[in-house]
Design a protein around this ligand. Structure first.
Ligand code: PHB
Length: 394
């Protein structure tokens, strides 16, 4: 028995991109169905990054997608770049007039899920997509299996793949599951959550001869920190003392406040951009379309920018039969995506140490960091990219 559901937009993935898109479309009276193979609990408890650009925060708060981002989130007006034992502050607000907010992604997801359910959104968890078809017509469909084994067919006017880096929609858009440009990195991040008071009020991105470390925060009593590690590292083998020794050695000149570590993970990353973002009436957004290393804190922000653009294009298409914005969607989105790819790659390569780095590479890297912090133009370049380019100028 297959249950058929008809809607205007079938959205695969209840992450930030899929949920925000359903929220924005609903505001224009465009109905959608959102499916995700994960449970609500899994989505709401997976630890992800936490930096939101000013435009992301504005979009979430002004549209009613999240009120807590402004009350629970913390505004950060700068970051510190740390190298050769010294910290150098990049003052975002004086350089660009913009700030970022530290608000963990899973908190934004809790807000979005609550808002969508309160609005009566058809949102189905534990529902796995099994097929997608007719994307070259104006009646594309997806089939899916729900957690109870029942089969579902969703007939729509547009299909959106917002289903993350292992996207099941991607093959229908690019012709293959991997079809894209990508770059691997020879390191990963070892991340911890610990019970301690903040070691710093702002994020510290540290380049040291021992490797990169990032000192981030979560609240007055919980901190998030990372250090560069081997991608094959097993997060369970290091003792807490070894973790603290590693972190302390990578921010020389600063003493980190230590506390019990209650979560640890190894985060592997790569840069990826799908060869195609759209095929007929199927489109990719967020991590399904591109992934970035976390050093530039761009992941969720890029997903939100894609969705703001797609929302406008779908409104024009589905409400006015105007195809112009959807026809230029990929071209427009890719301009920002490649700028973010460059920024994320640049921050990653400037701050991490490669195992095969020569003495020349090491000194060149410090020269590069100095060129940034000792020049207002260098600082401004970093600050503009980190706080995010305006949505209107994409
Ligand atoms: C985080 O707090 O998890 C975080 C912050 C900045 C990044 C990456 C992760 O660049």
């Amino acid at each position: 028995m297959i249950t058929t559901v008809r809607t205007r937009v079938a959205i695969v993935g209840a992450g930030p991109a899929g949920l925000l898109l359903s929220h924005l479309l609903a505001d224009a009276g465009i109905e959608s169905v959102v499916v995700d193979r994960r449970s609500r609990d899994e989505i709401e408890s997976t630890i992800r990054a936490g930096i939101l650009e000013q435009e992301t925060v504005r979009t979430l708060s002004e549209t009613g997608a999240s009120d807590r981002v402004l009350t629970v989130g913390n505004r950060h007006d700068g970051i510190e770049l740390h190298f050769e034992g010294e910290g150098h502050r990049i003052d975002f607000s004086s350089l660009t007039g913009r700030s970022v907010w530290l608000y963990p992604q899973h908190e934004a997801l809790k807000d979005l899920i609550a808002a969508r359910l309160a609005a009566g959104q058809d949102l189905r968890f534990e529902t796995e997509v099994t097929g997608i078809g007719d994307v070259e017509t104006d009646r594309p469909w997806i089939t899916a299996t729900a957690g109870d084994g029942s089969e579902l067919r969703i007939e729509a006017e547009f299909v959106v793949g917002a289903d993350g880096s292992r996207s099941g929609v991607r093959p229908a858009v690019t012709g293959s599951s991997s079809g894209g440009y990508f770059r691997e990195y020879p390191f990963a991040w070892f991340g911890i959550l610990c019970e301690a008071s903040p070691s710093s009020h702002e994020l510290i991105y540290s380049n040291s001869p021992h490797g990169f470390a990032l000192i981030s925060q979560r609240s007055a009593t919980v901190q998030r920190m990372y250090f560069q590690c081997d991608p094959e590292a097993d997060p369970s083998v290091l003792s807490e003392a070894e973790i603290w020794d590693t972190l302390q050695a990578r921010v020389p000149g600063t003493t980190l406040i230590e506390g019990p570590i209650f979560q640890r993970d190894v985060l592997r990353f790569r840069s990826f951009v799908a060869h195609e973002l759209r095929h007929g009436r199927a489109v990719l957004v967020g991590d399904a379309a591109h992934t970035v290393p976390p050093t530039g804190a761009k992941g969720m922000n890029l997903a939100v920018a894609d969705v703001v653009l797609l929302d406008r294009a779908l409104r024009a298409l589905l409400l006015e039969n105007d195809t112009r914005l959807i026809d230029t969607f990929a071209q427009t989105a890719l301009k920002r995506i490649w700028k973010a790819q460059h920024f994320s790659w640049w921050m990653t390569s400037m701050l991490h140490t490669a195992a095969d780095a020569s003495a020349f590479d090491r000194r060149r890297q410090v020269g590069e960091l100095r060129s940034v912090v000792e020049s207002e133009a260098g600082q401004t370049f970093l600050a503009e990219a980190y706080t995010g380019w305006p949505h209107t100028a994409q």
